[in-house]
Ligand binder design. Sequence first.
Ligand code: 0X9
Ligand code: CA
Ligand code: CA
Ligand code: ZN
Length: 441
Amino acid sequence: MRLIPRGRRATTAAAASTLVLALALGSQAMASPAPDAPTETAESSAAAQTPRQYQVSGLSSPEERTELARAGAAIDEVHGDSVVITADRSEAERLRALGYELAELPSALDDDPTAAAPADYHTYEETLAAVDAAVAEHPDLVSSQVIGESYQGTGIVAVKISDNVGVDEDEPEVLFTHNQHAREHLTVEMALYTLEELTSQYGSDPEITELLDTREVWLIPSANPDGKTYDTESGSFRNWRKNRQPNSGSSAVGTDLNRNWDYEWGCCGGSSGSPGSETYRGPSPESAPETVVIADFVRGRVVDGEQQITAHIDFHTYSELVLWPYGFTYDETAPGLTQDDADAFEALGVAMADTNGYTPQQSSDLYITDGTINDWLWADQGIFSYTFEMYPTSSLEGGFYPPGSVIDRETSRNREAVLMLMEYADCVYRIIGAEAEYCSA
Ligand code: 0X9
Ligand code: CA
Ligand code: CA
Ligand code: ZN
């Protein structure tokens, strides 16, 4: 059973009774606290800044959801006429003041003995230890390098997997990134699964052997180690999304890394300019060190004027989706994204989704996002870049914190999709039969 520190239990109970009181008094009473209201203790203010999930009802179109995204909400689930968002208490009040109807959802933060515990997932340190073990066991197949540091000075690591791993061979390169969002721990387990599967099956599984003999795979197991560690270090989850970079002029911490990339940054209502928002885009593109480190790594894969990486998946949770660009516009084609590009994105996206049962769609079918890694990798680097939103589909199945018992099933579920992306990395246009036009030497 999971142990919950006494302080948190007491705080949660106090917060719950405050909420009941607030509901009884109506929102008017909340706007101006009584003059004799007790001063916030450090503990209750920490609780107020702990984000949680809310159901927002009465939204059914992409435009309506984008309106909510524009107000700074991080949208976690999309349903026919409602969404689930994450917000801290002050963000939630701000959204209510804008007229949104928010209902608090139960979460893994509550005292629920069936929910996941931080110990169900690898810590960042344990993740790096697993990487080191793979390098030691397969020195000709796996190497790792620190490609830069997070805000707090933690090493961000890229793992390379290929035959003759020490040589930069002329083979299509594939990139998998994980854990831009701190609380999406299942994505780090996905990286460890891919590492384990590729290395343990090399030399015995003919498909994997052939792919690793002809491709170079890059895995970045965590793009946001500070956020990941912060989310679990207290012994219970904090529902943290952003990095841990302070914001000048605000007590709110963190930038949403997946709104900080340098293409159409902040253009379109798909991110927030407020540091308190869960989708804060930062003061400028690539203002977050983690974004710079990964963008520099990708730019460094341009050899003789040619980007070596051709295909990419950015792993997130949750909702069981395969998404492709653009996120910043509803249009299927846009500058730098032709009808052939869109057709190839869709064909490979649908084919991968056929293997894992996820729902395939252009990411803006849900709501607009701007400054995402997918849009930058495609528009700036010409890389076929997807987002996978992993298990589950709803907060009722654990949301961001499903129990550890699902990890094996939900990571191996993406085996065929990962191999398919690697397979098409020599020429993604092959999937629409256009290799002669786009891929002949
Ligand atoms: O909002 C996000 O960054 C992703 N969803 S999450 O719940 N994991 O935060 C979705 C990003 C998808 N956007 C693009 N592919 N452009
Ligand atoms: Ca090789
Ligand atoms: Ca190479
Ligand atoms: Zn995410």
